[in-house]
Design a protein around this ligand. Structure first.
Ligand code: FES
Length: 110
């Protein structure tokens, strides 16, 4: 049974579970601020459920997910994923970055 570390919590999930749904079922949220109310409910449209997969293997993003990750203010070079499009297959360490979309990735500590 894979585990997911997120926001200081460790939850158990099943192989094949959707990451966004697993977090929310555990009372955790992949959203910042008002995005928890205004999101697209897992349809890869709003881009607010982004997370960074810090550790663990996940499948490559689909064309649909890649398309959304290229839309500003997201930056495809930040390596974020839409949690609503990630299937849990392995133990994961997941981080949410600041910003409405979770887009404020600070790679150089500035
Ligand atoms: S919930 Fe909107 S893109 Fe994931």
């Amino acid at each position: 049974m894979p585990t997911v570390e997120f926001a200081g919590e460790t939850i158990e999930a099943n192989v094949g579970d959707n990451l966004r749904r697993a977090l929310m079922d555990a009372g955790l949220s992949p959203y910042n601020g008002a995005a928890q109310y205004t999101n697209c409910r897992g349809n890869a449209v709003c881009g607010t459920c982004t997370v960074e997969i810090v550790d663990g293997d996940v499948e490559e993003p689909t064309t649909r997910e890649r398309r959304r990750l290229k839309m500003p203010p997201l930056d495809p070079d930040d390596g974020l994923r839409l949690s609503c499009q990630v299937t849990i297959e392995d133990d994961l360490v997941v981080e949410k970055h600041p910003g409405y979309w979770g887009q404020k990735v600070d790679r150089d500590g500035t």
